[in-house]
Design a binder for this molecule. Structure first.
Ligand code: C2E
Ligand code: CA
Ligand code: CA
Length: 859
């Protein structure tokens, strides 16, 4: 049957019917004409018999016409025609044969008669009476079949037959075969005489076939459209992509009337294709997802269940040579449809594939690119059986729509996958993120409720990462984080989950723990993994990590608790001098809570002005007079009263509040000193402590200049006390900043000298005015003590660089004498005065200065 893919217009049908009736009318006219031509009386009898028979033929034609009107399906109609002809011509067998879609042969589609039990025949051009009728395009009357030159084997009983070609326009679309096994020659004459009626019959059959074909084509198109609708419904249901694609190839198999359909997806590298979704009409059960690593073996057939899909498709994806030239690959690379028709060698198809296709009776093939918005996702490969016709334009259109739908599905699924991936991964290191960690941890907890599994949360925070970021830039910082994540990842156990929580924080979910020691062992391995320095952009960077551990269920029942407690343990590890491992315990929690409370109270304190400034005098021991004061922050808590700076300054530093506090102290100190200047303490200097965080602010200098401008204090009266750790960060940057301040006349002091690195190099490298020697030295001052000589050296060196020295923490007369003997320039300590509120300072100064005057008078 030739498929007609145009949607039939009902009008066409009625036109055809009119034609049929027209033909019948023409026949009747012809008969009447014949009758009027009969004049000889002897001939009348035979003529009457002949006319009766002819009348029969005509009424039979009419009956077929009526059937044509009433029936739509081809098969019952052809059946009816067969039966009608058989009874009319008293034949043993009547067959209707139709041209196959390939155009290669005609074959029996229906028959009437007991002879041969309805056996079906296939005739090639020139074979048998039917093959001859096809070849010669004329009615074949075979009187003696057994002596017929073109006879077929296996029909020894056949005596005579008539084969009538069926035409559609000029093309033969089939034959009607009338066969006799009795050899009734009277029929022959009858048939020859009425060959015009036979031709009419054949024409009528042609019309019947045409109409039914149109109808069937419509129904088929409808069914396919419905399948396509089903496909789009399926695609919009939110199932797994694999299921949808498998189902899609199944649907396409039906739409395309194919033997095999594959959806070849782009491989992960996007360079080639891999086949995951193949369906075969006769052998669905054996088709499993394909393992692309198998090599191509042309001897394997696709029906072999060892193969996920046909080696034909494997040829496309595995064998490099074949892949390069395969039609599917070409389609994929160019985004262009490849149509391979019957008996057409495709230059893009390797010989091996063409041969393989022939062996497995594949006929026309189609490769359609799966494209959406210029992205190519793969190829839809469709193979028809060798007996099936070529793909029609209408079918191509339909399959094109299916392709669009499949492409959109893959596109959407890829988008979804990306969205899901992004939601659960860290963009920088590609490690899973906090959200994923919390989800997995919650799942682990759920499972642990019903089993005895134990697990732990390991919390890691890099030590000193911030300074890498600040001094070497974020580019280097990012690379360091990636490097760290790789080193950590290669040191966790299989089954454990490493994530980046954010910033320089990482966490590991340690699953299936035997005991606490296993967790500690992993922790120490992770800690060790970072021991070696790494080269990043030419910088030799050493980084360490502080680790905290919490265990389920002793340290928490919820994901939140476990993570928080591991964090607390880590925090403590940092407090213990960094690069440490610490397990959570209850005291830690209390300490932590205390700290959290303090931080929130400090925040309030900053906003409600509970922070104020006290001043401690610095004395020139030679004159005994007050020359400067150090401004020190104080916190008067509304309930707890005075909270010592040692307690709140570290909290302020960690929480970042120190910048605000420091600025406030700076402004207040400048303002107050200016007041004292006006009150007559004209040369009084003020020293203000600057924390590292405050100093690294980009607008630090501006803040200082602003404080001076507002208070109208001359820069020469302000001294900034910085600590060694500020300098450690990045010497050249610090120097530049200090110079900018110093250019304005502001003095710079190094505070707490002797507690940190105590690098005497700074005295040379930094633009300094003052060195403040920490009070820890004073306690140990004793002529036999090596500290003594160290202080001596410091003071000597400082003075050689023109830097003045201040010794802090002098409490006794003996200590005072001692440091004065060592050559120290200024003294700060309880011996003279504790820090006092601004209001008390004048009287303190007056007292100290009065004593000095008295001493001088004595002297
Ligand atoms: P610091 O800068 O070394 O300040 C000197 C500290 O030594 C003050 O403690 C002062 O009271 C204490 N001190 C002075 N003479 C003696 C003495 O003879 N004996 C003893 N035992 N102690 C003496 P304070 O006021 O408790 O301050 C502690 C630390 O808090 C300061 O040490 C400083 O590092 C920090 N700090 C205070 N105010 C501020 C501020 O406004 N900003 C910043 N960044 N830090 C501040
Ligand atoms: Ca200080
Ligand atoms: Ca100090």
């Amino acid at each position: 049957l030739e498929r007609t893919n145009n949607i039939p217009i009902p009008a066409t049908r009625s036109i055809e019917l009119t034609n049929v009736n027209g033909q019948v009318d023409a026949l009747t006219e012809q008969t009447t004409a014949t009758l009027s031509a009969v004049t000889c009386p002897e001939a009348v009898d035979t003529e009457l018999t002949r006319l009766a028979a002819r009348n029969n033929l005509l009424s039979s034609l009419n009956s077929i016409t009526v059937q044509l009107v009433n029936r739509r399906e081809l098969t019952p109609l052809l059946q009816h025609i067969c039966r009608e002809i058989k009874s009319l011509l008293d034949a043993n067998l009547v067959q209707i044969n139709m041209l196959h879609g390939t155009g290669n042969y005609i074959e029996t589609v229906c028959s009437a008669g007991d002879w041969l039990n309805g056996r079906h025949f296939r005739y090639y051009p020139g074979q048998g009476a039917n093959g001859m009728a096809w070849k010669t395009r004329s009615v074949q009357y075979i009187d003696d079949y057994q002596n017929f030159d073109h006879k077929l084997d296996g029909v020894a009983e056949l005596r005579c037959c008539v084969a009538i070609p069926i035409f559609k326009k000029d093309r033969i679309i089939g034959t009607i075969d009338v066969a006799y096994i009795t050899g009734n020659y009277s029929h022959r004459k009858y048939l020859v005489d009425n060959h015009d009626v036979l031709n009419q019959l054949s024409q009528l059959t042609a019309v019947a076939i045409e109409n039914a074909s149109l109808h069937e084509a419509t129904m088929a198109t409808l069914a396919k459209t419905n399948s396509l609708n089903e496909l789009s419904k399926l695609i919009h249901s939110k199932s797994e992509l694999t299921d949808v694609l498998n189902q899609s190839s199944e649907t396409v198999l039906n739409i395309s009337d194919a033997v095999m359909v594959s959806i070849l997806e782009a491989s992960a590298t996007r360079l080639g294709l891999c086949c995951d979704h193949t369906v075969h009409r006769d052998n669905r059960s054996c088709i499993e997802p394909c393992d692309a690593s198998n090599s191509f073996d042309a001897s394997q057939s696709y029906t072999d269940s060892r193969y996920g899909c046909s080696p034909f498709d494997k040829a496309h994806m595995v064998n490099a040579d074949l892949t390069k030239q395969s039609a599917a690959q070409w389609c994929f690379e160019n985004g262009t449809t490849v149509i391979i028709r019957h008996n057409e060698a495709c230059p893009r198809e390797p010989v091996a594939v063409t041969q393989w296709k022939r062996e497995h009776k594949f006929g026309p093939s189609l490769y359609l690119p799966l494209i959406h918005e210029e992205d190519i996702y793969g190829v839809l490969a469709i193979h028809r059986h060798i007996d099936q016709p070529n793909f029609s334009d209408a079918e191509l259109n339909l399959l094109q729509i299916a392709c669009t739908q499949i492409s959109i599905t893959i596109h959407q699924s890829a988008l979804l996958t990306k969205i899901r991936y992004d939601a659960y991964h860290d963009g920088l290191t590609q490690l899973p993120n906090r959200v994923y960690f919390e989800k997995t941890l919650a799942e682990a907890i759920d499972r642990a409720r019903f089993s005895a599994t134990r697990f732990a949360v390991l919390f890691m925070d890099l030590d000193g990462f911030k300074s890498v970021n600040d001094t070497l830039g974020h580019g280097v910082g990012d690379k360091l984080l990636c490097n760290v994540s790789e080193r950590l990842a290669s040191n966790i156990r299989e089954g454990d989950l490493l994530v980046r929580l954010g910033g320089d924080e990482f966490a590991v979910l340690l699953a299936n723990l035997e005991d606490r020691d296993t967790a500690l062992a992993v922790a120490s391995r992770l800690n060790q993994s970072l021991h070696n320095a790494v080269d990043i952009d030419g910088y030799n960077i050493t980084i360490s990590v502080s680790i905290g551990l919490s265990f389920y269920a002793s340290d928490g029942y919820t994901a939140e608790e476990l993570l928080k407690n591991a964090d607390i343990a880590m925090y403590q590890a940092k407090g213990n001098g960094k690069n440490c491992i610490n397990c959570f315990n209850e005291q830690m929690a209390l300490k932590y809570q205390e700290r959290v409370r303090l931080e929130s109270e400090l925040r309030d304190a900053v906003y409600t002005n509970q922070i104020y400034v006290e001043y401690q005098p610095q004395i020139d021991p030679r004159s005994g007079r007050v020359v400067a004061v150090e401004a020190l922050a104080r916190w008067n808590h509304p309930v707890a009263g005075q909270i010592p700076p040692d307690k709140f300054i570290p909290v302020a530093e960690e929480s970042g509040l120190i910048t605000q506090i420091g600025e406030r102290v700076l402004h207040e100190a400048c303002r107050q000193t200016k007041i004292w200047h006006k009150q007559g303490y004209q040369r009084l200097q003020v020293a203000v402590n600057i924390s590292a965080q405050q100093f690294t602010q980009d607008d630090f200098e501006a803040t200082v200049f602003d404080a001076l401008a507002r208070s109208d204090l001359k820069p020469g009266y302000l001294e900034l006390e910085i600590t060694e750790n500020i300098v450690m960060e990045n010497v050249s940057r610090v120097v530049a900043k200090l110079e900018k301040l110093r250019d304005q006349g502001i003095q710079i002091a190094i505070d707490d000298f002797g507690t940190g690195y105590s690098s005497l190099r700074y005295l040379e490298d930094l633009p300094l005015d003052t060195l403040k020697i920490d009070r820890s030295f004073v306690n140990k001052l004793n002529h036999n003590d090596p500290q003594h000589s160290l202080v001596n050296t410091i003071i000597l060196m400082a003075s050689s660089f023109g830097i003045t020295t201040v010794v802090e923490g002098v409490e006794t007369k003996r200590q005072l004498r001692c440091v004065v003997d060592l050559g120290c320039d200024y003294i700060q300590g309880y011996y003279y005065s504790k820090p006092v509120p601004a209001a008390s300072l004048p009287s303190v100064i007056n007292r100290i200065n009065a004593i000095a005057v008295r001493h001088q008078a004595h002297a």
